[in-house]
Design a protein around this ligand. Sequence first.
Ligand code: HEM
Length: 368
Amino acid sequence: MRGLIPAILILAGVYGAISVGGGLWLTDREAVAQSATGDPAAGVVVDGQVPGNTLGNSSDAELWRAIRQGVEGNISSPGAQGGVLIQSEGENWRAVRNGPVSKYGVWGLLGVIAILAVFFAVRGRITIEAGRSSQTIQRFNALERFSHWLMAGSFIVLAVTGLNMLYGRYFLPDVIGKEAFAIITSWGKYGHNYLAFAFMAGLLLSFVLWVVHNIPNKTDLNWLLKGGGLFSKHSHPPAEKFNAGQKILFWLVTLGGFSISLSGLGLLFPFEIPMFAKTFAFLNIFGFGLPEQLTMMQEVQLAQLWHTVMGLVLTIVIVGHIYIGSVGMEGAFDAMGDGEVDLNWAKEHHELWVKKTLSSQASSDGSK
Ligand code: HEM
């Protein structure tokens, strides 16, 4: 017992010494650190020497310059993308997407709506001049209508969810709240990814069903020269199953839709479907002078920009198509509704097609 008290006193002394000494040492370190961060002069590089000595204190300007310029280093994990620490093109991509692409997209969409509003105010609804007859003629069969609505329905969802991805964050969180915006955007993204396949199927089927009716010919020139009769109440330039305006729409949808689909696949499977370097190499045959060496990251960025631009262009075109196929023209919607259109409507808008259809019906009736 007698030895216990001195032992406790010694231990307490050692503890005290350690605590006070350690505390003083820490306080000293903090003071040094604070003075180092507090005084900007202490952080200045002098003769290539940086403060601190964790990994050596010489600043390798060449190394940092290379990193800043996106030079790829060696890494042991799979996927070479990780070897690039700073990818400057990412900043350019973001600036182009959120800058001119978004801006001109809005102008295009508002522009087409304004044009249609002016057209409607001046020309009004395009009516059936001869009035409705009591007869109808089949314009599109069930397969054609299924194909159209497969393509159209999916496109509308793709367009709305795509526009939300581009513009939604600028105003929707204020209108519906951040949580609701996050939910609709993440579900919208799923819808966008999966419905893309329905769109591609509809696009392919519509192409197969309608391509024969969309080969341009002399009739189209006459139709175009007369403005399709759109600007005059009594002009009905003759047309076959599809007039020149519809043929233009068909090829815009086919080629634009194909291009959107391809770039969309490039985004669904990133770093797996490079296509721009090869496309640029082909275009360079015609003297475009485009870069042919692209990293996989640049491939994805270009796919994203192209996908957005083509998506906006096609959406703008389709707004015009929806107008003319619904409120803009009396009797037009029936063609994609039950497939039967009024005979007078058909004669005014597709005279040559009506003649051909009625004569082939008559000859098949006669041969029975
Ligand atoms: C609510 C939306 C839509 C409506 C009301 C609509 C209406 C119509 C109508 C009535 C026709 C037949 C015109 C005729 O008989 O001559 C048609 C044809 C067609 N539609 Fe649509 N459509 C819509 C959306 C779309 C979309 C989103 C696409 C493509 C992405 C599309 C592509 C086509 C094509 C290629 C044709 C054949 C060429 C033509 O007639 O212009 N449609 N549509």
